[in-house]
Design a protein around this ligand. Structure first.
Ligand code: FAD
Ligand code: AMP
Length: 479
């Protein structure tokens, strides 16, 4: 037995590193075990989010958006850009620099807060002990007052399209393509497939997205998903629904993909194929058989609302447990657990977690969808405001999309907000805050919004809930 800590965290992604920092802030002696190594063999913090997820994908989305703006959309402002070109290695280098800066930043925060980073692979033993095996095979066992498992998730791989990291790649490979594929196939029209398809589509790839389901973005509000599909189609993204991929073969420097639509087999040939069919919890080889931790039927670590596993003093947070696989969800769980270990009465509001697709325009949501409210028989009111009626959106030449606000028909409490449109991620956050404070649609309607801002679209949608929108014709007139 070597060192003893109040808290040992396994995994330094946004769930684990945040939990570790908060625990240390609260005066608990804390270690964070991470297996990821950089190319010099040193521990690499930040997990999927910083290294191969949220941050690098957003860096490429921003670069590719700027390129597409310069190539296609500045003429309307009277700006002519001739011969805009993209230097892909330079774009990747910028992305890598941001990733390095942020992962290095976590090391700095660990030092500042007194978190000990331990390089190696962690395994939970009985009695809240953690076995750590480093890259040279050296094993140490840490005694922990409490263990927080934050081992994250891995991309799902499917037998019809085995990853070869050359022609058939997963989301990690799609962040490293060194040239723009002429034709790019994407399996899966989920968040990751749409974002990565957008990056390479903007840079010039002809992108075809193959999605097995018949509905587009089924977890989204149907009206917003339909509006988003319309906009993406207008942008030239070829999204084929009801298209189940059944095989992918590399042939003469291309990938031949077979897929079935309504039982009819079809074939497409691509230069590269991105497999983006979801992620699975990384819950294998994490526990000794007598650790007391259990998994649910889908392989997630079983936890209650406080992220407590079935074993005393062992918690699990982030992608490795139920709920949306989102960085901020894991971080908040990490904070909650650290605070509860320190004796505070923290809890999470799982009804108020925003989710975003960082396409352009963005798609963002919080709370319940109209179809969920209908299914549950909850009486509701709808307020809609199109960005086409927003002065600021028009000024920016960015007026596709709509804000949809849902409020309870009787008590006016905001139940959900769904946006496709410019800066939807930041706009929906305003409603997240309002919902967190138990706001009614009228509370938002009575709030003063600066003019001209995109936020005014949120204000108008709140006004529209009771038929009071000013800058658009109301569906129902009210007093
Ligand atoms: P992870 O970030 O996966 O971190 C887990 C860490 O644990 C890893 O570093 C891993 O090496 C380590 N680990 C695992 N097992 C062990 C072990 N036994 N011992 C030691 N260490 C171990 N989410 C958003 O909210 N917004 C976005 O815009 C967004 N974009 C994304 C884009 C892409 C391309 C991808 C792939 C994901 C994206 N996500 C996004 C999802 C987000 O990255 C995850 O939800 C988030 O990283 C989960 O955090 P986590 O800490 O639970 O796990
Ligand atoms: P997400 O889980 O949001 O990242 O989305 C992944 C998407 O991939 C889901 O919508 C799945 O329906 C889709 N998918 C999974 N397997 C296949 C397949 N074989 N062919 C086409 N789409 C698939």
């Amino acid at each position: 037995m070597s060192d003893k800590y109040d808290v040992v965290v396994i995994g330094a992604g946004p769930a684990g590193y945040v939990a570790a920092i908060r625990a240390a802030q609260l005066g608990l002696s804390t270690a964070c075990v991470e297996q990821w190594l950089d190319d010099k063999g040193k521990v690499r913090l930040g997990g999927t989010c910083l290294n191969v997820g949220c941050i690098p994908s957003k860096a490429l989305l921003d670069s590719s958006h700027k390129f597409a703006e310069a190539r296609d959309h500045l003429g309307v402002h009277g700006i002519s850009v001739k011969g805009a070109s993209i230097d892909v290695p330079a774009m990747l280098a910028r992305k890598n620099k941001i990733v390095d800066q942020l992962t290095g930043g976590i090391s700095g925060l660990f030092k500042h807060n007194g978190v000990t980073a331990i390089s190696g692979t962690g395994k939970v033993l009985s009695g809240a002990r953690v076995e750590v095996t480093d890259k040279d095979g050296k094993v140490q066992v840490l005694a922990a007052g409490n263990v927080i498992i934050a081992a994250g998730s891995l991309p799902v791989h499917i037998p019809p399209a085995p990853i070869d990291n050359d022609y058939i790649i997963d989301s990690t490979g799609a962040l490293e393509l060194t040239e723009v594929p002429r034709r790019l196939g994407v399996i899966g029209a989920g968040v990751i497939g749409l974002e990565l398809g957008s990056v390479w589509g903007r840079l010039g790839s002809e992108v075809v997205v193959l999605e097995a389901l018949d509905d587009f973005l089924p977890m989204m509000d149907v009206q917003i998903a339909k509006e988003a599909a319309k906009i993406f189609k207008k942008q030239g993204l070829d999204i084929r629904l009801g298209a189940r991929v059944t095989g992918a073969k590399v042939k003469k420097g291309t990938v031949e993909v077979t897929y079935s639509v309504g039982g009819v087999e079809q074939v497409e040939v691509f230069d590269k194929l991105i497999v983006a069919v979801g992620r699975k919890p990384r819950s294998q080889e994490l526990f000794a058989t007598d650790s007391g931790v259990t998994l649910d039927e889908r392989g997630y670590i079983f936890v209650n609302d406080y992220c407590e596993t079935e074993a005393p003093h062992i918690f699990a947070v982030g992608d490795v447990v139920r709920g949306p696989m989102l960085a901020h969800k894991g971080s908040e769980e990490g904070i909650m657990v650290a605070e509860r270990i320190a004796g505070k009465k923290a809890q999470m509001n799982y009804d108020c977690i925003p989710s975003v697709i960082y396409t352009h325009p963005e798609v963002a949501a919080v709370g319940r969808t109209e179809q969920e409210l209908k299914a549950d028989g909850v009486p509701y009111k709808v307020g809609l405001f199109p960005f086409a009626a927003s002065g600021r959106a028009l000024a920016a030449n960015d007026s596709d999309g709509v804000v949809k606000m849902l409020a309870h028909a009787e008590n006016d409490r905001i139940l959900g907000c769904h946006i496709v449109g410019p800066s939807a991620a930041d706009l929906v956050q305003q409603v997240v805050i309002a919902m967190e404070f138990g706001s009614s649609a009228e509370d938002l309607a009575l709030t003063v919004f600066g003019h001209p801002t995109l936020s005014e679209a949120v204000h108008e949608a709140a006004l529209a809930v009771d038929g009071h929108a000013i800058h658009v014709a109301n569906r129902k007139k009210k007093n």
